[in-house]
Design a protein around this ligand. Structure first.
Ligand code: SAM
Length: 671
């Protein structure tokens, strides 16, 4: 996720770097703070002269060189798209029609409100046919708010009534049919048609009134339903929390490992540990026309930015929040960022600044200097997720960086600073001091993102039988989860709804143990040496997790591994450890020492967490459903891996077994 891999910036960087003379190199190496370094890079790169970039504005209504990716507001083009949409609509190809209406709407300049209103109305018609009545009603509301023509209003009101009817909301349907009759007064259509439409509406009104009378009698039932809906609303509110951190999670600090998460109490498998919104996040360009720029939800019915056609939103709320924070500055420069080749981490480094006004950072300046040498985590943890100090304190490994790394990142920061200037971030403030101070923060952010940002993924399914795969759609910086250290055998799984991250335990984690996540290399797939050197190179630490210390084999190396169990023979004193081949599908095994048959799962019964699971497995086993029983037994084993004492603690489950446990059990957690 790091750096500029392609795009015009690479050239600029290489030219500047190659042109550096040895005395300039020395000067740069001798500089002792980031503001001075920023000034130096700014002067040698002469970025403003070399890059003739301008912010796009509303007047720029042309398309560039048949460029398929970059859309501009363009009325003619938008009307063409609408025509295509209309053709699909006539052929009852609803999804295709919606797709073209969406494209058309996104490209309409915001001063063409009437066209916008008509497109909202067209989308409502498609959505009605797709039986997505709530979305259709929302579009009707939007069309009306955009001054939909009075003479056509009766169509919208009638559609509104039919949507409510389909939703079985008779009261609202009744209201809408009455509004429909009123709206017919303004309709410019032949009188006969008008009368017919009015008669139809009256018939509906009578029918609904009759049904409402019946419904009245059952009002108590309806009240109960309303109560349920209210409860649902409350649930959703909880989901919208900025962050939730379980009481079972704590944080500790050591000189070698920095700050890291631990279990403040025993953590059961499956426990929700964290739900967190990002401090800053950026969506990949490829998803800019399918996902909400603000919350990353996939969208069928987008809301457009009124100035640019580069981004879309799932709702007016997300559009407004985006505008209030970063998009008012980024609007019109996003295409430059994309074509520069700036990685998602670079875009996040910029966004962590563009989402707050200049004053915010100017006011924090003294405190940030203090934070560089003295961090009070108990205070930092109480700050809200959108507070810049929460990400400022994250690891940067600043002292371990090479000259090339610093120069490269300074150049990136300088380019991003240039972008900020281009989009009027500094407004009337022309002081050099603030300009380079913000540059130094962008540089700091680039370092923070390198070690602390997370990829945001989405579970995508291709067809009915697909089991789904996780697809990278953007990046985010999560102030709480950024403090989780790594293990090659992690205790948690991360997954997302939009850009909200959820973290759950995938094993039993005893009180006081580290709660680790995984930075990439996992013991089942990558051999120890490879894992350790990758982590050292990428994250500057030597991994000392249990699989690294005990050199656990990968799945591939586990082909010949045995399951090992202590014999549970008749006299209970047999000291033997029985080895069971990997492909075991019998649960009764014979001890080679005492000759007794024993149930390999017997020793596991005592562990509380697995009791239910074990009972289910036994029931399935006894009923002859060996396949499902095995799967349940293996789930037990997966949980127990953490709590068993040696030699059991150190055994590795079968390749098939652990894989299946993780896949099957893990999947349940993911979904
Ligand atoms: C995302 S941060 C994790 C939080 C970090 N410990 C801190 O103090 O902010 C990643 C950095 O933490 C440290 N780290 C992560 N896992 C570690 C581990 N298992 N052992 C030692 N250091 C680790 C490394 O310095 C790594 O670059």
């Amino acid at each position: 996720m790091d750096g500029f891999k392609s795009g015009f910036f690479l050239n600029l960087y290489q030219n500047t770097r190659n042109a550096l003379k040895s005395d300039e190199l020395q000067t740069f190496s001798g500089l002792n703070n980031n503001i001075e370094r920023m000034k130096f890079v700014h002067n040698v790169s002469m970025i403003e002269k070399k890059l003739n970039l301008k912010r796009h504005d509303r007047e720029q209504t042309h398309r560039t060189n048949n460029d398929e990716i970059y859309f501009y507001k363009d009325l003619n083009c938008a009307l063409e798209m609408k025509k295509i949409g209309n053709k699909f609509f006539q052929n009852q190809q609803w999804n295709e029609a919606l797709n073209f209406y969406n494209k058309s709407y996104i490209m309409i300049p915001s001063d063409s409100q009437k066209d916008v209103a008509i497109l909202f109305a067209n989308r409502s018609a498609v959505l009605y046919h797709l039986e997505n009545y709530d979305a259709a009603l929302k579009e009707i509301e939007r069309a009306i708010a955009c001054s939909y023509p009075k003479e056509m209003m009766y169509k919208l009101k009638e559609r509104k009534a039919r949507c409510f009817l389909a939703k079985k909301d008779l009261k609202e349907a009744l209201k809408a049919f009455k509004e429909d009759i009123q709206a017919l007064d303004d309709a410019i259509i032949p009188v006969d048609n008008k009368l017919k439409l009015e008669r139809d509406a009256q018939i509906m009104i009578k029918m609904i009134e009759k049904n409402l009378a019946i419904e009245e009698k059952m009002s108590s039932k309806i009240k109960a339903k309303e109560q349920t809906n209210k409860n649902d609303e409350n649930l959703n509110k909880d989901n919208n929390e900025e962050r939730f951190v379980s009481n079972s999670l704590g944080f500790d600090y050591s000189e070698e490992e920095g700050r890291y998460a631990i279990a403040a109490q025993d953590i059961k498998l499956g426990t929700y540990l964290v739900q967190e919104k990002p401090h800053a996040s950026s969506l990949l360009q490829n998803y800019s026309q399918t996902h909400c720029q603000f919350c990353f939800k996939r969208i069928n019915v987008p809301i457009a930015c009124s100035n640019c056609a580069d981004v879309i939103y799932c709702s007016e709320n997300c559009r407004d929040n985006s505008w209030k924070t970063f998009h008012r500055f980024e609007c019109g420069i996003i295409q430059h960022l994309w074509s520069s080749g700036a990685s998602i981490t670079c875009q996040m480094a910029l966004r962590a600044i563009s989402q707050k006004p200049l004053n915010y950072f100017v006011n924090l300046r003294e405190e940030l200097i203090e934070l560089k040498s003295n961090i009070d985590y108990s205070k930092i943890d109480t700050l809200s997720n959108d507070d810049y100090r929460r990400i400022f304190v994250l690891v940067t490994h600043e002292k371990e960086r090479t000259f090339e790394d610093v120069f490269h990142r300074m150049m990136m920061a300088n380019f991003l600073l240039h972008c900020l200037k281009m989009c009027d971030y500094f407004e009337d403030d022309e002081t050099e001091e603030n300009f380079f101070y913000i540059g130094s923060l962008i540089y700091h952010n680039l370092q923070v993102m390198q070690y602390n940002a997370h990829e945001i993924s989405e579970l995508q399914y291709k067809g009915k039988n697909d089991t789904g795969s996780s697809v990278f759609i953007g990046g985010g910086i999560y102030p709480t989860v950024a403090f989780f250290n790594h293990s090659c055998d992690p205790g948690i799984v991360r997954y997302y709804t939009g850009n909200t991250m959820m973290v759950r335990a995938i094993k039993h984690i005893p009180k006081g143990s580290i709660v680790a996540e995984n930075y990439g290399p996992i013991f089942t797939q990558t051999p120890k040496d490879e894992r350790q050197s990758q982590l050292l190179k990428q994250y500057h630490f030597k991994c000392m997790c249990v699989p690294c210390m005990q050199n656990w084999p990968t799945f591939k190396d586990m082909e010949d591994t045995f399951l090992r169990f202590r014999c549970d023979g008749k006299n209970k004193t047999c000291p033997s450890v029985i080895q069971v081949p990997l492909d075991v599908n019998e649960f009764m095994i014979k001890c080679t020492e005492c000759g007794e048959f024993t149930n390999i799962m017997k020793g596991l019964k005592s562990v509380q967490d697995t009791d239910m699971l074990f009972k289910t497995a036994t029931r399935l086993h006894e009923s002859g459903d060996t396949k499902n029983a095995l799967s349940k037994y293996l789930e037990c084993l997966q949980i127990l891996l953490q709590s068993l004492v040696p030699p059991f603690r150190s055994f590795h489950l079968t390749q098939q077994g652990i894989k299946r446990c993780i896949m099957e059990f893990g999947n349940k957690v993911y979904l």
